[in-house]
Design a protein around this ligand. Structure first.
Ligand SMILES: [Zn+2]
Ligand SMILES: [Zn+2]
Length: 358
């Protein structure tokens, strides 16, 4: 099993979790173009990704989501409240009541059924023949990339054409859609396939079993994940964006072989730092982020010492120093670090980490 942290920090998060047969991308918090670049750098083939999983709807976890999911045409797994919050966020001018949301979900379902039917009756027919206005509106987006080679073509293509792949919708105009002609405007909330999960309820993708767990954070329905490869009996976990470590998270993080754990800020640096008071309060709150101190406290008191690797992640660039985060964690697991276990790594914001394979 393999964990490749493509990016970690307040400016964007994304991690590949892979078993022998299944590859998942957890969060897509960089632009599509940057995510593809990082995957190429880390020798991760985007064409082999089976799904994207989303922890919560904050920008540093979803920035490239829609464009990447459309380009790779892979399903997105998230909770229903996260999906709704995200859809509302990317369509800010639309007032979406719950009734409207249900209509929207129904229309999406019908559009997919119609697309599937059209493909069945006309083999090879492009999905843009579907009459639904929702899917229809997205076809301009697909059509814009029609000249681009297929994602399945070859991995070497990634380097040369990553720009083409994302160009249609991952450009500055994507941020300011008013600049696009109305007829060419894709629905920003369109995802090719959406699958819902519930925190606390286990589900599987390929040969990876996934247990999402609720985390205390100021988002609609945020979660962390435990991944277990059935064939390799290795367990990996991602726990970032949490204000404190509640009992359910302590319970979820038992017997983990590779643990990506938040160590967001140094308390002094945050207090004296550049953030406005309201933002400082938010970060420090019970639904904010774990400080180096809180992470060290967890490692010293509640962590079972079972991990081969502990990866410290989601470090704030403004309010933390990697050496302080590392020092706090080192002191917390003192005496337990060996050649085979409890080794510490720092995830990076600006470059992918060397893949961790077990
Ligand atoms: Zn967050
Ligand atoms: Zn975050």
């Amino acid at each position: 099993m393999r964990m490749t942290v493509l990016a970690s920090g307040s400016k964007g998060n994304s991690t590949v979790i892979a078993s022998a047969n299944t590859r998942l991308l957890v969060d897509a918090g960089l632009s599509c173009r940057e995510l593809l670049k990082r995957m190429a750098l880390a020798n991760e083939d985007p064409a082999s990704l089976d799904a994207i999983l989303i922890t919560h709807e904050h920008q540093d976890h979803i920035a490239g989501l829609a464009v990447l999911a459309r380009r790779l045409r892979i399903p997105v797994y998230l909770t229903e409240p996260t999906h709704r919050a995200w859809a509302r966020m990317v369509t800010p001018r639309t007032t979406m009541t719950y009734a409207k949301w249900l209509d929207h979900v129904q229309a999406e379902k019908e559009a997919r059924a119609a697309a599937a039917a059209a493909l069945n009756t006309e083999p090879g027919a492009p999905s843009m023949t579907v009459s639904s206005s929702w899917v229809g509106s997205d076809t301009s987006d697909l059509a814009a990339s029609a000249g681009a080679p297929s994602i399945a073509a070859s991995s070497s293509w990634i380097e040369s054409s990553a720009t083409d792949l994302c160009a249609a919708a991952d450009s500055p105009t994507d941020l300011d859609e008013d600049q696009e002609a109305p007829a060419a405007k894709p629905d920003p909330a369109f995802l090719p396939t959406v699958e819902y999960f519930h925190s606390g309820t286990n589900f599987s993708i390929g040969d990876i079993s996934i247990t999402p767990f609720t985390i205390p954070h100021d988002a609609a329905d945020p979660c962390g994940f435990v991944f277990e490869s059935r064939s390799e009996s290795v367990r990996m976990a991602i726990a970032t964006d949490l204000g404190y470590v509640p009992p359910n998270v302590k319970a979820a993080l038992k017997r983990i072989d590779v643990l990506l754990l938040e160590s967001n800020h140094d308390l002094e640096m945050l207090r004296d730092g550049p953030y406005p008071w309201s933002v400082k309060q938010r970060v420090l709150s019970r639904v904010g982020h774990l400080s180096n101190h809180a992470t060290a406290e967890f490692l010293a008191r509640d962590y079972d010492g079972a991990a081969t690797w502990i990866v410290l992640g989601h470090l704030s660039e403004a309010n933390n120093d990697p050496s302080l985060a590392l020092l706090a964690a080192e002191q917390a697991i003192q005496g337990r670090a060996t050649l085979l276990g409890n080794r510490l790594l720092l995830a990076q914001q600006s470059a992918p980490l060397t893949p961790i394979c077990l």
